[in-house]
Design a protein around this ligand. Structure first.
Ligand code: C5P
Length: 416
């Protein structure tokens, strides 16, 4: 066959698939099929609660192996060390969906079921795919548990944004089986960590576009941002081998190849989406976030009365400043400053106030700079006091230039 992607990319591979008790457990059936069709041997491990959502018969039939649940099953054949054997047998262990409960157990080394005991015994790489309600997902306990899993070297595939079983819309959806499958293939091919260049394998989070703050069902406050600069940065970072999450306000731009996009509308939504991915190694805030939102959204269209209209506005969260307050060692934060007056001094003040490493200054009043699809002319200010004026260039070239500078923070020679 001439195709460059092998038809059975998991031929001969041994996978453990851990399934836990969330509504997304039904997607495990599709995952088993994808893994099997790609040539893998699949052993399914379910938590007891997962069996309320999908039957062991379904997953056992699709995987052609008996599903394992209890660590001490009633019909045990005397081999209580199965969790150890399986932990040695597997090339990769993927837990999808991983509920908040299982994430917590894995983070703290519990081993009360076959799934958790095998995870503790496993020598292979682990991929954890959390799926749960939005608020549970964003709870500091869950965020801390996921961070802990990462500190053990586990890969965490952040949940997607979308409709949840609770009827809410937000972060917490299990990524589509195809996306999980692709990540498994990439992990086994060793691609995630070895992509060339200092951004290879890094998680890069970029905000882009405007936000919209509703006044009533038909009107909103926004700005002229098109999202072009942020999308160009996302595309360039993905080309450099980074794992890119792009949190985008309303824009008509297409998603760049290889980029995971999270669409949001308001500043609050952008803040929540960014918080959900704040583990990123590099965060670039290119969005033009509305600084104010109407204090109250009128449930019906505001009528004209002929009188003066007074709007009361409240401040929105400063998304980058919030990240700056919690910046981890080694994390790099980059902001944009759109200044019409006294640019360099204002930009430097923002860099310091928001605890950023770089700030990209541009002037919307200057021809060929600021908002719009065309070119930009920016000045880069670094935390160490360096200032660099770049010439006017297409936004894609500006994106490459910004990444060239910022990536030095991740080069082995300069990382400290
Ligand atoms: O404070 P100012 O809005 O000028 O700062 C601009 C930078 O801060 C940009 O990088 C922008 O994306 C980010 N920002 C933010 N949240 C806000 C306002 C701005 O992340 N509410």
């Amino acid at each position: 066959m001439a195709a460059s992607v092998p038809a059975r990319p998991l031929e001969g591979r041994r996978l453990l698939l851990g399934v836990t008790g969330g509504i997304a457990a039904y997607k495990a059936a599709l995952l088993v099929r994808l893994f099997k069709k790609a040539g893998a041997e699949v052993q399914v491990l379910m938590t007891p609660d997962a069996t309320r959502f999908i039957t062991p018969l379904t997953l056992g039939t699709l995987s052609e192996r008996e599903v394992l649940i209890e660590i001490f099953p009633e019909n045990a054949d005397g081999s209580w060390t199965k969790h150890v054997e399986l932990g040695l047998w597997a090339d990769l262990f993927v837990v999808a969906p991983a509920t908040a409960q299982t994430v917590a157990k894995l983070a703290h080394g519990f081993c009360d079921t076959m799934l958790t005991a095998t995870a503790l015994a496993a020598r292979c790489p682990l991929l954890i795919c959390p799926a749960m309600d939005h608020d549970m997902y964003l709870h500091p306990a869950t965020r801390a548990n996921l961070e802990r899993l990462r500190s053990y070297g586990y890969e965490v595939m952040e949940a997607a944004h979308g409709e949840l079983a609770s009827g809410l819309v937000g972060e917490g959806r299990l990524p589509e089986p195809e996306a999980i499958f692709d990540r498994v293939v990439a992990m086994l091919a060793g691609e995630t960590k070895t992509a060339a260049g200092p951004l290879g394998g890094r998680h890069v989070l970029i905000t882009a576009g405007p936000t919209r703050e509703a006044l009533d069902p038909v009107r909103y406050l926004t700005n002229h941002s098109t999202g072009t600069m942020g999308f160009a940065l996302a595309e360039a970072a993905a080309r450099r081998g980074a794992r890119v999450t792009l949190v985008a306000g309303p824009t008509a731009l297409p998603t760049p190849p290889g980029v995971t996009r999270v669409d949001v509308v308001t500043a609050e939504e952008m803040h929540a989406a960014v918080q959900a991915h704040r583990d990123a190694d590099l965060v670039i805030g290119a969005a033009a976030v509305s600084d104010f939102a109407p204090e109250a959204v009128s449930p019906s269209k505001i009528k004209k009365t002929g009188d003066e209209m007074v709007l009361r506005l409240r401040p929105t969260p400063d998304i980058l400043a919030a990240l700056g307050r919690e910046k981890r060692p080694g994390q790099v934060l980059v902001g944009f400053a759109l200044e019409t007056d006294d640019g360099p001094a204002n930009a430097r003040r923002k860099l310091e106030a928001k605890n950023l490493d770089w700030i990209v200054l541009n002037d919307p009043k200057e021809p060929g700079a600021g908002f719009g699809p065309g070119t930009n002319r920016v000045t880069l200010l670094a935390r160490d006091g360096t200032v660099e004026d770049l010439p006017r260039m297409p936004k894609r070239a500006v994106a490459e230039a910004i990444l060239d500078r910022v990536a030095t923070a991740f080069s082995p020679s300069t990382a400290g």
